[in-house]
Ligand binder design. Sequence first.
Ligand SMILES: NC(=O)c1ccc[n+]([C@@H]2O[C@H](COP(=O)([O-])OP(=O)(O)OC[C@H]3O[C@@H](n4cnc5c(N)ncnc54)[C@H](O)[C@@H]3O)[C@@H](O)[C@H]2O)c1
Length: 329
Amino acid sequence: METRILIVGGAGYIGSHVNKYLNDHGYKTVILDDLSYGHEASVQWGDFVQGDMADGQLLDKIFTKYKIIAVFHLSAFIAVGESVQKPGMYYSNNVAKTVSLLEAMVRNKVDNFVFSSTCAIMGDPEYLPIDEKHPRNPINPYGWSKFMVEQILKDFKKAHNLNSVVLRYFNASGADPSATIGEKHHPETHLIPLVLDAAIGRRESISVFGTDYDTPDGTCVRDYIHVNDLAQAHLLSLEWMLKNQACNDFNLGNGTGFSVKELIEVVKSVTNKDVTVVESGRRDGDAGTLIGASNKAHEVLGWKPKFDSLEVIIKTAWDWHQDMSFKSS
Ligand SMILES: NC(=O)c1ccc[n+]([C@@H]2O[C@H](COP(=O)([O-])OP(=O)(O)OC[C@H]3O[C@@H](n4cnc5c(N)ncnc54)[C@H](O)[C@@H]3O)[C@@H](O)[C@H]2O)c1
């Protein structure tokens, strides 16, 4: 039986790019996604199974049918504001259901796990750039849900010798240069697709929340990392884990911050379109500046982001965004 990687959440934005990247690099995949937010049309590689990550019987079937060497977990609810309104929904899906998935792995003796975490577990930064040693201080249930799973993974290593690599993304962005898959969330809460929507005329304007932060132009500063560079980190993490049979954690960003206003200017220049900006007050829970230190991933994994210019990242997003229909590869 050939080996496979199980990508849970592989019909989503980042999961579909990880799936394409693995298949482009000679790995075979199985995708499990309940399509609560993902798109079946974005699963253009590997075998697709529709279902819930907490469905133990379904997981037992998958682990029996395929020789799974690792599980990549990208199946979470991701809207920070909603997590504040509906914490139970977030702890149930992001924490409790992840535990069920881990139990199914232990039961079926699958012992390699890559987990999509987030810089949101660090809360308001105490220093910049944010490295792996930064104190954890989540400020919303979404961030807490990821932090809890990080702890659970430590406990599963001790109790069951389950290896895991935790990858903390900064702002995932861009699309595969083939423009066959891209970012399509419902509702969309991420800045780049929202600004592109404003550029293309799908929305009237873009709201800028807060112009009085302690940043050069007063708007929030973020670190944008291309989704294919995140996919590369997943593959390197798998190889590291198979070789070392251990656990590790890495922050994944480009190490450069761009303000909301700077980003809007780059969108205008890449798309050659104007964007109407509406300035509003700060939103609760938005830190002023989030920039990641990824030296550890460079040194330990040999991770080298290929998309280090915001222009190029936005160009790939724009190439997908103008049409946003799933085309066959
Ligand atoms: N997008 C970002 O900038 C960002 C930043 C940091 C971390 N992350 C993490 O990366 C991961 C992927 O994010 P995304 O932007 O691709 O989100 P997404 O919503 O596009 O993808 C998540 C996928 O998981 C599926 N899913 C959710 N609950 C499920 C369940 N119980 N069983 C099976 N499938 C389920 C959804 O249908 C969806 O296809 C998430 O864990 C998110 O927390 C994302």
